[in-house]
Design a protein around this ligand. Structure first.
Ligand code: ATP
Length: 508
């Protein structure tokens, strides 16, 4: 059975505006509280969006916990003891440098203004100039020289995109954590935070997990969950949200081996993005110019969005910073006893606080990258001879394993027993896959609807089906149709939509 395109159709990718409106129109992403004119930087996932997002999360979860015997999962609470955030450094240091334009009254992240300027240089081929600017910014931010950051913005003649003036305030630090109160009465209440990252839920459970899951270092703990940040600049759709979801894995290693593990996870995670359909040419590594307070080394995996290369995942070598901090503030030992023999001393490695290599990917940013990559407009020719016509079709070329709906079943007409046959097929597939049945409208229109949401297969029940129990299967990408017995559908679809296809590429 061929899955080759009939002809190489000219395709174009979408602009962000196309993608945002497609996401809304076809039930992927809605603005939160839209009837009240929305809430800035908060979004809801619609019926197709939640399926795509769940598939991405499942794929990540399985790639972590199912493919690796030494990675186990947890699901920690969003609220944590307030000292957690003191220990982690978030109370004192989790802030962004912000600057206001006095004319437009708009607030910006100073580092983002400078990064945008560097991106502009890069676009114009002035790579060295871009690099120098980023390095200088990194140096100033690391030394917390905020006056220097402002001066750099002035020297670079950066103006506010709204007022077009360079009339800036000083640069100030702005803490990104949301806080709230626990306790019924004001006097007894204490301030707690909505977690700004999921990682700390993993750190505070390090020993619980190590012991209960009988894990030996090196081992990892994976978690998917919501995180909250009061982002100053909320823009670019679901790229930067105030409530978002992270998929984080902390890998605990023997001190001294973190460099190797950092390289291993860097490569593993990049392969994973490629395996699910993000092309290698649109992915790149970007070493951090400014290291976070906990980091020994850090790199971003960036994807080329319609608005440029931007971070989708961070890989961080966090040393023993977090566990040591928790040990100090909780006064509970966070040590591991390593019984393996150190060949240099002939003795067991003994007690130590493990080092950590973290992989942290945003589910929403990954969703956006996947959607941007899948969205295509192509020019196709349909019909023969005089009937031939050229038109544009929009489709989502999602990996079948990620598609919200795996197959749509269409009775060709609403009579002659075809709907009943289609219902039988639906019932025989629904235990294994998310399938739908559609009877309304002409068949072409029904194909179009499925292309728009990325359904890889459309199964058509026609007159011949009633005679020989075969159906046509129409392929989304090639529009090719193949005839096959109903009895083979389950295996055929199962093969195409299985995560195994993706996992095989990780090993290959
Ligand atoms: P940025 O520099 O873009 O603010 P970050 O370096 O602060 O991101 P991390 O703290 O490393 O991000 O978080 C890990 C991942 O979580 C990021 O790679 C991203 O995919 C996701 N993420 C972080 N902040 C947001 C946000 N505001 N909205 C959506 N996803 C986010």
């Amino acid at each position: 059975m061929s899955n080759e395109p009939k002809s190489a159709a000219p395709t174009t990718e979408g602009t962000l505006a196309n993608i945002v409106s497609h996401a809304k129109e076809y039930g992927f992403v809605f603005q939160s509280s839209e009837i009240y004119d929305g809430l800035a930087a908060v979004y809801d996932y619609g019926p197709n969006g939640v399926e795509l997002k769940n598939n991405l999360k499942q794929l990540w979860w399985k790639a972590m916990t199912q493919l690796h015997q030494n990675v186990v999962g947890i699901d920690a609470a969003i609220f944590m003891h307030p000292l957690t955030w003191k220990a982690s450094g978030h109370v004192d240091g989790f802030s962004d440098p912000m600057i206001d334009n006095l004319d437009s009254k708009k607030r910006y992240r100073a580092d983002v203004l400078l990064e945008d300027k560097a991106a502009e240089y890069e676009k114009n081929g002035e790579l060295a100039r871009a690099e120098t600017l980023l390095a200088e910014m990194g140096r100033l931010l690391t030394s917390e020289d905020l006056a220097g950051v402002k001066q750099l913005i002035l020297d670079e003649k950066i103006v506010c995109p709204v007022s077009k003036t360079g009339n800036w305030t000083d640069v100030r630090q702005f803490n990104l954590m949301f806080s709230t109160q626990v306790g019924a009465v004001a006097e007894d209440s204490s301030q707690i935070y909505l977690r700004p990252e999921t990682a700390q839920g993993i750190f505070v459970n390090f020993l619980n997990v190590q012991k209960s899951a009988r894990q030996k270092v090196p081992f990892g703990i994976a978690q998917i969950g919501k995180a909250f940040r009061n982002e100053i600049v909320a823009r670019q759709f679901i790229f930067r949200m105030r409530e978002f979801e992270q998929m984080e894995m902390q890998f605990f290693v023997r001190p001294g081996t973190e460099g190797e593990w950092y390289e291993t996870w860097k490569a593993t995670r990049r392969r994973w993005h490629e395996a699910l359909g993000l092309p290698a040419a649109k992915l790149r590594f970007h070493d951090h110019d400014k290291l976070a307070h906990y980091a020994k080394a850090a790199v971003d995996i960036e994807f080329e969005f319609p608005f440029g290369f931007k971070e989708i995942e961070g890989i961080h070598s966090r040393s023993d910073f977090d566990l040591t901090q928790h040990q100090t503030l909780s006064r509970k030992k966070q040590q591991y006893f390593d019984a393996d023999i150190n060949p240099e001393t002939g003795k067991a490695y003994g007690n130590y606080v493990p080092f950590v290599v973290e992989t942290s990917v945003g589910a929403d940013r990954l969703f956006l990258a996947t959607l941007c990559q899948a969205y295509q407009e192509e020019t196709i020719t349909e019909g023969e001879g005089e009937q031939q016509q050229t038109k544009t079709r929009t489709l989502l070329r999602l990996h079948p394993a990620l598609a919200p709906i795996k197959a749509a079943i269409f009775p060709l007409v609403k009579k002659d027993g075809m709907p009943e046959k289609a219902t039988d097929i639906f019932n025989s597939l629904r235990h294994d896959f998310r399938v739908i049945m559609e009877e309304r409208d002409a068949i072409g229109k029904r194909y179009t609807r499925q292309d728009l949401i990325g359904t890889p297969f459309c199964i058509v029940v026609d007159g011949q089906t009633l005679e020989d129990d075969t159906v046509t299967v129409r392929h989304r990408d090639s529009r090719e149709q193949t005839r096959m017995p109903i009895s083979e559908l389950r295996a055929y679809i199962g093969e195409a939509v299985s995560f195994s296809r993706i996992f095989e590429q990780l090993e290959g």
